[in-house]
Design a protein around this ligand. Structure first.
Ligand code: NZQ
Ligand code: ZN
Length: 385
């Protein structure tokens, strides 16, 4: 196992009727900006619950954060935060709203020039951020318990991310009843996103880390069992709770300590969203099978372990078992009504050229061994035609 340091300061407040507890967490003398998305919170009643709970606190609002949040919209929020001297940000929504809130928190206090640097210059460029609290309405990203944020600059069609401990929420409220109002598509996206988060931290190469492996496997199996239950019955509280906690555990850093991580499927998936607006989870369902196929040699021990422990594949030679593991993964995604090939999303072959060119120009190599170059990315995407 590699050496590691791990610190996760996010307080999780989980369970039925937990949204009212927001009042115990937000400082009573704070001037709060509640940030939300396209209006789902007004239809679902979450908005009213938060407003009621915080009625004694000075609370302003910024709505209209889009799915795959735009840099341009975030910068409008930054203006408001500065003009109103806001000192606390409350995200109420899914991963997009929370990622936007994280960026606003960092960009407001960014003093070294253009805030776009936060997303484009890797390293320790973020040195401060406003405090953040979150009420999460959609299990998927794990953003509620990590320091990641993914932002799209619409004018450049570029989807970029940053990570900083400064933007980890002080608290995240997870009420599984928020799942009851989710459309099928968002449930399916969330299951696939969480599933692929686990695989990005698991399908690499063996490092004698049985605890991390088994924790990862337990999340995968729980998603396979509980995801379909949530889809079949949106009011199944226990299934919703298990799904929600699995999604948080998939990307709060605990399963990646001391082990290699991949993230190439995400890097390529972000490009598909940037060019075609495809939902994040769906881009992963497209790319992952191509990734497993291309990297079948590098990843063979872990793909075989995954096939055996998750899908019960014990027969055949190495290639046959890898093929079977890929097929099982594809059919799981398809069973959730998530298509896994490019033509099913009307993505033309020219997009492959555009994406490949971006990686070629940046001379960027991805994957746990940093050995997937533009030619590998082209091969992965052509595999999905
Ligand atoms: O915008 P509103 O009106 O709120 O509606 C949203 C949105 O249309 C709706 N929704 C949310 N909660 C709901 C609900 N509808 C009914 N009932 C509810 N309880 O669902 C739609 C999708 O919301 P969004 O926040 O975009 O989804 P998700 O949570 O999947 O977030 C996706 C974003 O997170 C990024 C993705 O790239 C994408 O931009 N990711 C963030 C990560 C992180 N911070 O660690 C990691 C991930 O890999 C991912 O990249
Ligand atoms: Zn993801």
């Amino acid at each position: 196992m590699y050496n590691f340091e791990y610190k996760n300061p996010v307080k999780i407040i989980f369970g039925k009727a937990s949204i009212a507890k927001v009042v115990n967490e937000v400082p009573s003398n704070a001037k709060v900006l509640m940030i939300y998305g396209g209006g789902s919170i007004k239809r679902t009643g979450v908005y009213e619950q938060v407003k009621t709970a915080l009625r004694g606190i000075e609370l302003l609002e910024f709505g209209g954060i889009e799915a795959n949040p735009h840099y341009e919209t975030c910068m409008q929020a930054v203006e408001m935060v500065k003009a109103e001297n806001i000192d606390y940000l409350l995200s109420v929504g899914g991963g997009s709203v929370l990622d936007a809130t994280k960026f606003v928190a960092a960009a407001t206090l960014y003093k070294n020039g253009d805030p776009w640097d936060i997303l484009t210059k890797p390293g320790t460029v973020v040195q401060a951020a406003l405090p953040i609290g979150a009420v999460l309405t959609l299990p998927a990203t794990g953003s509620e318990m990590n320091g990641n944020s993914v932002i799209t600059r619409a004018e450049y069609m570029q989807k970029q991310s940053f990570n900083s401990p400064y933007v980890m929420p002080q608290f995240s409220i997870l009420d599984p009843e928020c799942v009851f109002t989710l459309p099928d598509r968002q449930v399916a996206n969330g299951v696939v996103d969480a599933f692929v988060h686990v695989l990005e931290q698991y399908l690499t190469f063996p490092l004698n880390s049985p605890l991390q492996d088994r924790m990862a496997e337990s999340i995968l199996i729980t998603l396979i069992e509980e995801g379909p239950k949530v889809l079949a019955n949106r009011n199944d509280y226990d299934a919703a709770a298990n799904f929600m906690w699995s999604a948080t555990m998939a990307l709060n850093g605990i399963i990646s300590v001391g082990v290699p991580q991949d993230w190439a499927t995400h890097e390529i998936g972000h490009e598909l969203t940037a060019f075609h607006g495809i939902d994040h989870g769906r881009t992963l369902a497209i790319v992952l099978p191509g990734m497993m196929n291309l990297k079948r040699e590098n990843k063979k021990e872990k793909i075989i372990q995954y096939g055996e422990r998750i899908w019960g594949i014990t027969d055949g030679g190495v290639d046959a078992r890898i093929d079977a593991a890929i097929a099982k993964t594809v059919s799981f995604f398809e069973s959730l009504s998530v298509p896994t090939t490019l033509p099913e999303y009307d993505v033309p072959a020219e997009t492959i050229e555009k994406i490949t060119l971006r990686f070629k120009e940046n001379q960027m190599k991805i994957g746990e061994k940093g050995d997937i170059d533009f030619a590998g990315i082209e091969a992965i995407l052509k595999d999905r035609l």
